[in-house]
Design a protein around this ligand. Structure first.
Ligand SMILES: NC(=O)c1ccc[n+]([C@@H]2O[C@H](COP(=O)([O-])OP(=O)(O)OC[C@H]3O[C@@H](n4cnc5c(N)ncnc54)[C@H](O)[C@@H]3O)[C@@H](O)[C@H]2O)c1
Length: 320
């Protein structure tokens, strides 16, 4: 519904900055809350109100929601490294679980009835199926994945108890950028890691080439961040019509191997980079690809951009 107002936590981050732009492009108003722990103030467009503070602070959030009176909240603010969560699980409990608890508390206090929650395919752990559907077993393998699953469940319980609306979006592997200034600066995902290696003159590392996949390397479902951002707008629109609860995979429903991503990088950069194969990393599943049937059927959303568009936009941003 054009003219509605959405508060976006984590709107100064990689995904959040794209969500803010998609929300604005849909004719809605956006307001950002972010503590800038990994985000950047200059990712928030001019004219969008920015409130600096932590989502773990329920009284700060309640004050913000009471002042801003949004029609809904897109909750992206969180820490996102599964590896870091293994070495510092309590930080992930404080930030991710604490953030969801504070948000649910503040939303209830301020009468905000709609939440779109940033979840992750890490709630599935190591699925043993070709295409993972939303009703697959939920067996996260890291405190990060646990924090996302708990977030989904807590928000769903609160939505049930108070008759409010919730959409949880389980992102698969996010890549690409709408513009260089919004690129992923974290060093957790394959595309930024490979770009970093390329730019520093080292070889991108492939962890394991003996998986039971067509070329022996891990297969993932990559989704362009602009497509992902548009899924949030579809979710917001659905909640504006109906205060229900739903969970959706957000991917392309198509797998790409590590070697296919590196080939896309060779095409984008024009450089014939050699990669280095190392031992498998513990806990890396061979294949994680989402079924997108549900989000297509219920929200009419489908990814439009392919792997080359993701990798070439990321390459152009790195070249800047
Ligand atoms: N990028 C991915 O591949 C991916 C995949 C699945 C899920 N997600 C989820 O998407 C969300 C956004 O991820 P991203 O890739 O944009 O990460 P990011 O680190 O770029 O963005 C997170 C944003 O949240 C802010 N933030 C963090 N903790 C905060 C707090 N306590 N209070 C207020 N602001 C806080 C950061 O400053 C940053 O701007 C996260 O919830 C993440 O778990 C990301």
């Amino acid at each position: 519904m054009t003219g509605t107002r959405w508060l976006i936590t984590g709107g100064a981050g990689y995904v959040g900055a794209h969500v803010v732009r998609a929300v604005l492009a849909s004719g809605r108003e956006a307001v950002v809350v972010d503590d800038l722990s990994t985000g950047a103030r200059d990712r928030v467009p001019a004219g969008v109100a920015f409130l600096d503070g932590s989502v773990t602070d329920a009284s700060f959030l309640t004050g913000v929601l009471q002042a801003v009176r949004p029609d809904g909240v897109v909750h992206l603010a969180a820490k996102k490294s599964p590896t870091e969560s293994v070495s510092d699980p309590l930080r992930y409990a404080r930030e991710n679980v604490g953030g969801v608890t504070a948000l649910a508390t503040a939303a209830l206090a301020a009468g905000v009835e709609r939440i779109v929650f940033s979840s992750s395919c890490s709630v599935y752990g190591t699925p043993d199926v070709e295409l993972v559907r939303e009703d697959a077993p939920l067996l996260p393998q890291s405190p990060y994945g646990d924090s996302k699953l708990y977030g989904e469940r807590l928000l769903a319980a609160a939505a049930r108890a108070h008759g409010t609306g919730l959409v949880s979006l389980r992102y698969f592997n996010v890549a690409g950028t709408a513009e260089p200034a919004l690129a992923d600066t974290g060093a957790h995902n394959l595309v930024p890691l490979a770009l970093r290696a390329l730019r520093s003159g080292t070889s991108p590392v492939v962890f394991g080439d003996d998986y039971p996949t067509p070329d022996g390397t891990c297969v993932r479902d990559y989704v362009h961040v602009e497509d992902l951002a548009e899924a949030h707008v579809r979710a917001a629109a659905a909640l504006e019509l109906d205060l229900s609860t739903a969970t959706y995979n957000v991917g392309r429903g198509e797998g790409s191997s590590v070697l296919e991503v590196l080939d896309a990088l060779r095409r984008a950069s024009g450089r014939d980079v050699a990669h280095e194969v190392r031992e498998r990393r513990p806990g890396d599943p061979a294949r994680v690809v989402g079924s997108t049937e549900r989000i297509e059927a219920e929200l009419g959303w489908r990814a439009r951009r392919d792997l080359d568009e993701m990798v070439s936009s990321a390459w152009r941003a790195a070249e800047r």
